[in-house]
Design a protein around this ligand. Structure first.
Ligand code: AMP
Length: 413
């Protein structure tokens, strides 16, 4: 026996019965984001590795451990995209979008790749919907961005949604804070987990994320970034919160919020669901004013978020959707006639299918019920046709060229 080949660990197939929910989710995201002036962008699935090492940051878990990196036939180092923001910034700079009216507002939906420990809600190939606004540092951009994700998740019916916001300040204030935090961690080094201890120099902020009991205790009286914010960053954050209040967005200020990527400055936020287990984040994002310049573009402020499609679905965030009805199922022994009738029906705007199973009359009716077909046309070899209205059960002998007209006219024959 030959081994049956399976999908790689951490990946999954989207089967037809799940595709309708995902399509409905995408349609809904398009509606909400395009109504707010965001336009669709698609970037390649792989990019130069440098985009992520420079953009996302060398010290992050994503770049250190989670990237699918390979060399192509020309010896270039390429990486399957682990996130969307860096590529949108690259495209903004590459296509001179700074010359357009600012801010430029873009949204995307697609697959992303991270070599992570696969578990419920965490995959190695996953889908994200994201929105980015580039070219303005107005706090209204931050508030609108957060509001859009909260609205989208709320409208989709995701359960137990909680919004957490914070401000990281700018790089300079963070450097001062970082030193204060490192001093605190070093003072209590023996109580920290090995992992946190190993990262005191490289990424001390991640200590806030730790589940380790000793570390959590030490972090309880760690210095907080908000006490280090410069006056204008604090004012910017206060304005973002005031706008969220004005829009009635429920949120919690969480001064320990750290995002896994290096490019954030000022506002950061995450949306969680109480319905999900360990992987409770539905989405997150923030302001990344230095990122476009970091990858060689003009200095440009930016703000955005990404949310995980699988997690939204797990939290019950699926708009109502129904398989579209079949208007006409064409069956019977007369091959070419059936084929032609289905083609004519489609030209007339009907959803028509030819029964391809070679089924008996009884089998065809069963199939019609399965498909929720409104009408069944049975075509005999001798050019006779019967049309059955599946709702009323009424059946009539009809002329072949009257069938499309009858189905278009609707109930009753
Ligand atoms: P991040 O930018 O890493 O915070 O990712 C944004 C959102 O994408 C998260 O809140 C998750 O909903 C989703 N996400 C991130 N990584 C994964 C993964 N490995 N599998 C499934 N969803 C993910």
């Amino acid at each position: 026996m030959t081994d049956r080949i399976q999908a790689p660990r951490g990946t999954y197939d989207v089967l037809p019965d799940q595709a309708a929910a995902r399509a409905a989710l995408e349609a809904h995201a398009r509606e909400v984001l395009e109504a707010a002036g965001y336009e669709r962008i698609e970037t390649p699935v792989f990019e130069h590795t440098e985009l992520f090492s420079r953009g996302v940051g060398e010290s992050t878990d994503v770049v250190q451990k989670e990237m699918y990196t390979f060399s192509d036939g020309g010896g270039r180092s390429l990486t399957l995209r682990p996130e969307g923001t860096a590529a949108v910034c690259r495209a903004y700079a590459e296509h001179g979008m700074h010359k357009l009216a600012q801010p430029v507002k873009l949204w995307y939906l697609g697959q992303f790749f991270r070599y992570e420990r696969a578990q419920a809600g965490r995959y190695r190939q996953f889908w994200q919907v994201g929105a980015e606004a580039l070219g303005s540092d107005d706090p209204a951009v931050d508030a609108e961005s957060i509001l859009l994700l909260a609205t989208l998740l709320g409208d989709l019916g995701a359960r137990g949604v909680q919004v957490r916001v914070s401000s990281l300040g700018r790089v300079e204030a963070r450097a001062v804070y970082r030193e204060a935090l490192q001093a605190h961690l070093r003072a209590h080094e023996e109580r920290l987990s090995e992992e946190v201890r190993a990262r005191i120099d490289l990424n001390p902020l991640r200590a806030f994320d730790s589940d380790h009991p000793g570390t959590r205790e030490v972090m309880r009286d760690a210095p907080l970034l908000r006490d280090f914010l410069e006056a204008d960053d604090a004012a910017h954050f206060a304005e973002v919160l005031a706008l969220l209040d004005a829009a009635d967005v429920a949120y919690e200020v969480d001064p320990t919020l750290v995002r896994g990527l290096d490019y954030y400055a000022r506002t950061v936020f995450e949306v969680h669901s109480t319905e999900l287990g360990a992987q409770s984040a539905l989405g997150g994002g923030g302001r990344y004013d230095g990122l476009v310049a970091q990858i060689g573009g003009p200095p440009t402020p930016g703000m955005g978020w990404a949310a995980g499609i699988e997690r939204i679905l797990l939290a019950g965030g699926t708009p109502p959707h129904a398989a579209p009805p079949v208007d006409l199922l064409v069956a019977g022994p007369a091959g070419p006639l059936q084929f032609k009738l289905a083609v004519d029906a489609r030209h007339a705007g009907l959803r028509a299918q030819v029964d391809l199973g070679g089924r008996s009359r009884k089998g065809v009716l069963k199939q019609a019920n399965r498909l929720h077909a409104r009408y069944v046309a049975w075509m005999d070899d001798d050019g006779h046709a019967q049309l059955k209205d599946m709702d009323s059960g009424e059946q009539q002998e009809v002329a072949v060229d009257a069938i499309v007209r009858d189905v278009l006219r609707g109930p009753g024959l």
